[in-house]
Design a protein. Structure first.
Length: 430
């Protein structure tokens, strides 16, 4: 018996309007063009500065080090005198520990000196103690030929007064913070944290902890997207407010969007951005602001929505990610991450995919998609890449198993031994 086709209704259009797929680079450029970086500045102590974006160039008011100093425990000498006295040795005229300023070196003597201590005037080298012999009278002989300037750290060799040590727009790491401390800064101007409202959409969603696994109603699933999205956002320095799960209802969606738009820089949702009649994100955003719905030529992750939610004093950005967890994860990395970086004032927002390595595939991928693919892979000790067997956009295990993504061009089949582009997740998650 042949199946009867279901007649189209007002809710299931017989002909869908077809929009061409947008290449990722084009989508990213258009998305970033909507962003004006945040210019709100606050002061933070260095203790709280990790991950914050520096708002102004940090310029040093001093040379670091501030004086020539010894890089060794040993003897400060005048090399010519030490060479001339290589038979008889020279007496020790003073002792200079770190933090103390010695007298000028008396001629025909050496100074006992320690790492970090200022070089006394008239000394032109430090000889490490292992390269000296000390006789019973305490006279020091240099036994390994010494060179003028050796073991002396020069004033200003690390930082010169007036130089910029960390540029505005840098997302601060521990090493930057150490450098800021070395020029005497105790608190620094940073861009305020972005405020992001996070929402998951779908009648099927239940929060972990709300219901025990054994009691999960038929058709329900635990919501996972908001959990990894919240942490990805926090790693980018955002303050996250999780609004929880929204039911598939236009009114509830509009209500939540209206509230969230009031005091957030970005409202980020997952799910509900396809074109089914249960997808209410699009009409809700359209009624409160403006929306573009894109089909991006990547797999996983095709549907992507962005726009704005208006409020009395401006607007919040809106981004809607696909509901499938892997799609949501990948679109976050390649689109939302650079978006947040730019909005948070970070200067050197890299391209969509960060650092790329050329590595060897230890797998076959004979049937590529016509979209650019991001395959979940793991690198072994020899640098070869292995493919997670199930590349479905619903299989979050593939991401947790992987340590990187293969960035595969549209229509590109892969055979074992081919060189492919590998994006380490460690770079994209930071
Ligand atoms: P949608 O984009 O709303 O059509 O959802 C696509 C798929 O992703 C469906 O199978 C949803 O159940 C699933 N999904 C949507 N939101 C979430 C979420 N927050 N956590 C886990 N899966 C989700
Ligand atoms: Mg849904």
């Amino acid at each position: 018996m042949s199946e009867q086709p279901i007649p189209p209704t007002s809710q299931t259009p017989a002909v869908r309007s077809f929009k061409p797929l947008k290449p990722l680079d084009v989508a990213l450029a258009e998305l970033l063009a909507t962003v004006t970086p945040c210019h709100d500045v606050e002061m933070v102590d260095l203790a709280d500065a990790d991950g914050r974006v520096l708002a102004r160039d940090a310029v040093s008011a001093l040379d670091v080090p501030g004086f020539d100093n010894s890089s060794m425990d040993g003897y400060a000498v005048c090399v010519a005198e030490a060479v001339a006295a290589s038979e008889r040795g020279l007496p020790v005229s003073q002792r200079i520990p770190a933090g103390h300023f010695g007298a000028p070196l008396a001629s025909e003597t050496v100074a006992r000196i320690f790492t970090g201590a200022p070089i006394p005037e008239h000394a032109d080298a430090v000889v490490m103690q292992e390269e000296c012999a000390v006789d019973e009278l305490g006279r020091v002989t240099v036994v390994v030929p010494a060179r003028v300037g050796q073991n002396i750290r020069r004033r200003g060799e690390d930082v010169g007064q007036g130089t910029c040590v960390v540029a505005a727009g840098t997302r601060l790491r521990p090493d930057h913070i150490g450098l800021l401390a070395s020029i005497g800064q105790a608190s620094i101007p940073v861009v305020r944290r972005l405020r992001v409202a996070l929402m998951s959409t779908g009648d099927e969603l239940i929060l972990p902890g709300q219901v025990a696994p054994a009691d999960l109603p038929p058709g329900a699933i635990y919501s996972s997207n908001a959990f990894f999205l919240a942490h990805l956002l926090k790693r980018l320095g955002c303050e996250v407010h999780d609004f929880g799960n929204l039911p598939d209802s236009l009114e509830a969606t509009k209500h939540a969007f209206r509230e969230a738009a009031q005091n957030h820089d970005l409202v980020l949702t997952s799910g509900g951005v396809s074109v089914g009649e249960e997808d209410h994100v699009k009409p809700a955003v359209q009624s409160l602001g403006q929306l573009d719905l894109w089909s991006i030529a990547i797999k996983p992750g095709k549907p992507f929505a962005h726009g704005r939610l208006d409020r009395a004093d401006g607007a919040a950005h809106f981004i809607g990610l696909p509901g499938n967890p892997v799609s949501s994860f990948v679109t976050f990395l390649v689109l939302v991450r650079p978006f947040i970086q730019k909005l948070s004032g970070q200067a050197s927002a890299e391209g969509p995919v960060g650092e790329a390595l050329q590595l060897t595939a230890n797998f076959d991928w004979p049937k590529p998609d016509k979209r650019r693919e991001f395959l979940r892979v793991r690198r072994d000790a020899t640098g070869q890449l292995h493919l997670f067997a199930n590349q479905s956009s619903g299989v979050l295990t593939s991401v947790a198993w992987a340590d990187g993504l293969v960035d595969n061009p549209p229509g590109q089949a892969i055979a074992k031994g081919d060189t492919v582009t590998f994006l380490p997740l460690s770079n994209l998650l930071g």
